[in-house]
Design a protein around this ligand. Structure first.
Ligand code: ATP
Ligand code: FE2
Length: 328
């Protein structure tokens, strides 16, 4: 079965074409374009306009890259939520159009679960705790009693958003995560920051404010280093507790912030110290991408799920544990 997946929950519009052959996932194409605001944060309407503008050329590029004739596509998958309303609606409109045009079924995919499923199939881990760390999302997710459940999450902003906001304050361009990672490598001195783990949840906005205050008196490299160490250790702590609670022996990383090597090192050490294993797919599958939507669409469709046209209204606040998971 070949699925075309459209991702469009936030700043990235992506199209992936994926084939399933038994348990194997072959990525035939995975292209994307990213909206970068000139100044300030993401403006949802502008991001949606960006996505609409790029969709036709992106589709052509994905079809060319895959070498698949368009009539061989069996399924249209799209990110139905959670995300920014205008962006979601743009991706959904493209998916509806393709489904009607090609007379192929539609599947609306939960974006967070797609990060987990692509990681599972590409790394070979079977039943992991997912640490999903992106701009808008920070969640610890695991499969339990028939559903994917959220064991911990941010109480305010996403970790990536925290890094990007701090980056903007110090004059870095968006997305700031990779630049902060570079600066942090030159950090030598740990500046004290609030450590904000609350039960199984985390919060980043207080840490962000504290970093902004430190700008007057500390080296930028030291602040970046301290910001990373504090936030990443908080994430490793809640992920570890979710592993202990669920008795799972695998941890999987997902989301753009998982491109960060220091985060991977911290989580890998945590896993090894408890006799568990840490997995992460290649960077292009960590960030938002169409292939993860295409693949999860196949899993859903092959277990009997299709989304009728009338049910394709997007779900901005789609919760991970609302999704039935008959494929596991
Ligand atoms: P979502 O819609 O799932 O919230 P997103 O729109 O934020 O996702 P992603 O592509 O998953 O998109 O992640 C982008 C985030 O990843 C940005 O906040 C960016 O700063 C961060 N990021 C990318 N590379 C790194 C890195 N090396 N270190 C830290 N953060 C990084
Ligand atoms: Fe994401």
């Amino acid at each position: 079965m070949i699925s075309l997946g459209i991702e469009g929950t936030a700043h990235t519009i992506g199209i992936g074409i994926v084939e399933r052959d038994r348990e194997n996932c072959t990525i035939l194409a995975n292209c994307s374009r990213m909206y970068r605001p000139e100044k300030g944060g993401i403006h949802p309407r502008e991001a949606a306009n960006h996505h609409a503008h790029h969709l036709p050329s992106l589709l052509r590029q994905a079809m060319d890259e895959s070498g698949v004739p368009i009539e061989d596509i069996d399924l249209i998958s799209f990110s139905i939520g959670p995300g920014l309303g205008p962006c979601l609606r743009t991706a959904a409109t493209a998916a509806r159009t393709l489904s009607l045009l090609l007379k192929k079924p539609l599947v609306g995919v939960n974006h967070c679960i797609a990060h987990l499923e692509i990681g599972r199939v590409m790394t070979g881990c079977t039943d992991p705790v997912l640490l999903y760390v992106s701009g808008g999302n920070t969640q610890v997710i695991a499969f339990m009693e028939g559903k994917y459940r959220v064991f911990g999450e941010t109480l305010d902003i996403g970790i990536g958003n925290c890094l990007d906001k701090f980056g903007r304050a110090i004059g870095l361009s968006f997305p700031a995560g990779p630049e902060i990672e570079k600066l942090a490598k030159e950090g030598k001195h740990y500046c004290s920051l609030p450590y904000s783990v609350k039960g199984m949840d985390v919060a980043f906005s207080g840490i962000l404010t504290a970093c902004l205050h430190l700008m007057k008196k500390e080296r930028m490299e030291d602040i970046c280093y301290s910001l990373q160490e504090t936030c990443f250790c908080m994430l490793a702590e809640v992920a570890e507790r979710a592993m202990a609670h669920t008795e799972k022996e695998e941890i999987l990383l997902g989301g753009g912030v998982a491109c960060n090597r220091r985060l991977r090192d911290i989580v890998t050490t945590m896993a090894e110290e408890r006799g568990a294993k840490c997995f992460s797919p290649p960077d292009e599958l960590l960030v938002d991408n169409g292939a993860m939507i295409a693949w999860t669409g196949i899993l859903m469709h092959e277990s009997g799920i299709t989304t009728e046209l009338a049910e394709t209204k997007v779900k901005q606040n789609y919760r991970t544990d609302e999704v039935d998971v008959p494929w596991r």
